[in-house]
Design a protein around this ligand. Structure first.
Ligand SMILES: [Zn+2]
Length: 479
């Protein structure tokens, strides 16, 4: 792909040869005009190979054997050649541009001035540019032997590669190594063989995306990934692919998204030590508060998250992390513990009519031996079993009416209290009763003692809470 490294001096030599030749021709031409006008010689007959030739009055300009046109004045040729150099220099940023003198041929000739349309400097410039009649030595970034991008100088090429690396770095890091999966070189090359960019920024975009000016979109409020993708003729997957490292679940207002698929020419593998600041969540120390309901909390003194600096070794390929390993962790600010009240008051049940019912513990000390819903063969445990020694007092969970006192079946000795508002509690496996059916009880009043009657496996209180006839987990009402 790379053309031979043309020797700038050789080109200059050719240019001088041409100019000297042209000057000589021009001088002799002027002499002839002088002679002609002086009337000393009316017609100058030049004998070439025995054939007669009429006096030349123009120059034929050819490139690689193709006649481009006639000029009357070599100054016009000079202007055209300078314009070619300036134009290429302007377009590529390369200062040293030479005209390909080897292919250029300027020959004295005779034309019929009336019927000949002479070339202008502009027309010659255009024709020469069209035929790339110049030598422009650029530097190319060559990937696996293929020049992908040309720039004016080796420095610019290096700056572009540096920018490519930086754009893929995770940031806030110490770069340990940068490697390419491909063979990447900077080599002198002919600007005619490779797309040439004038500045480092365009070069960076070109290397990353394959185009000098990638289209982007800035995320606005209310945007969804789908909206953005479809408004720009892309699928969501294409949009995601065009933005490596972008988390589609975290679309941020003001975020710039690439609308052109990233087609990097190379794979940059970066190993770096990335330093990130992470938050250390504060802990909360609770103080029980019996005037607040269970589950309620109230901050006494606010806590504050601490922070730590975490250094990780991160390996990424074109910005996408392929491995991350924590190296060290330094606490920069200790978290401040929060203090808060925690409610212990029994939970309330809100009835359909909006009334609330709260239940207090049926035993002074709660120790659950078997939870609600535990398997009982083909059935589920409808209450909680609370461990206590035989004879421990059992208290009414709330005000209510004793609707059942019985001593049969698997429940053994059982008390059932209707608290109104659809709430019922059951106390089973009792040892003795303190109430009878029809008694009105108040919250905390002793109704029975713990025993092991019925199918109890030990001294336990089997405690059930029913709301509108359905069992609920009594643990929710224990505190
Ligand atoms: Zn039970």
């Amino acid at each position: 792909m790379i053309k031979k490294h043309l020797n700038q001096n050789a080109v200059k030599d050719q240019w001088e040869v041409y100019q000297n030749k042209a000057k000589a021709v021009w001088k002799s031409y002027q002499k002839e005009i002088v002679r002609t006008t002086a009337g000393v010689v009316v017609a100058c007959i030049v004998s070439v190979g025995g054939a007669a030739m009429i006096q030349p009055n123009a120059y034929a300009v050819s490139y690689n054997g193709e006649l481009l046109g006639y000029v009357e004045d070599t100054a016009l040729m000079d202007a055209a050649l300078q314009a070619v150099k300036d134009s290429v220099s302007q377009e590529t940023g390369v200062q040293e541009v030479a005209v390909d003198m080897a292919g250029l041929d300027v020959e004295r000739t005779r034309v019929k001035t009336r019927s000949t349309e002479f070339a202008t400097a502009e027309s010659l410039t255009a024709l020469l540019l069209e035929r790339e009649a110049y030598v422009c030595e650029a530097y190319s970034i060559v990937v696996n032997g293929t020049p992908v991008l040309g720039v004016a100088s080796e420095d610019d090429a290096n700056a572009i590669l540096e920018a490519v690396k930086n754009s893929y770095s995770q940031g806030n890091s110490k770069i340990i190594s940068v490697e390419y999966k491909e063979t990447v070189e900077i080599l002198p090359s002919d600007a005619r063989d490779v797309p040439v960019v004038k500045d480092v920024g365009s070069g960076l975009n070109y290397i990353l995306t394959g185009t000098e000016e990638p289209r982007t979109y800035v995320v606005e409020q209310g945007d969804t990934l789908w909206d953005i993708a479809h408004a720009n003729g892309m699928s969501s997957a294409e949009l995601i692919a065009a933005n490596p490292g972008f988390d589609p679940n975290r679309l941020k207002i003001g975020q710039t998204l690439n609308l052109v698929a990233m087609k990097p020419f190379m794979t940059v593998v970066i190993t770096e030590e990335v330093t990130e600041t992470e938050s250390i969540p504060f802990t909360t120390q609770y103080t029980n508060n019996s005037s607040m309901y269970k589950g309620q909390t109230s901050v006494i003194t606010a806590g504050k998250n601490g922070s730590k600096e975490v250094v990780s070794k991160v390996v990424s390929e074109n910005g996408i992390v392929t491995s991350k390993e924590m190296l060290s962790e330094t606490v920069t600010a200790e978290p401040v513990m929060q203090t808060a009240y925690k409610g212990t008051k029994a939970l309330v049940y809100t009835t359909a009519s909006g009334k609330t019912v709260s239940l207090s513990n049926p035993l002074a000390s709660i120790q659950i031996s078997d939870g609600y819903g535990a398997s009982r063969g083909s059935r589920r445990h409808l209450g909680v079993d609370l461990r206590a020694s035989k004879g421990t007092p059992i208290y009414a969970a709330a005000d209510g009416l004793v609707t059942k006192v019985s001593s049969t079946g698997s429940y053994g000795k059982l008390v059932v209290i209707d608290h109104g508002n659809g709430v019922t509690t059951k106390y089973a496996h009792c040892n003795s009763f303190n109430v009878s059916v029809g008694d009105t009880v108040t919250r905390g009043q002793q109704i029975a003692t713990v025993g092991s009657t019925g199918n109890a496996t030990g001294n336990i209180l089997h405690y059930e809470v029913l709301i509108n006839g359905s069992n609920v987990n009594p643990a929710n009402f224990l505190n």
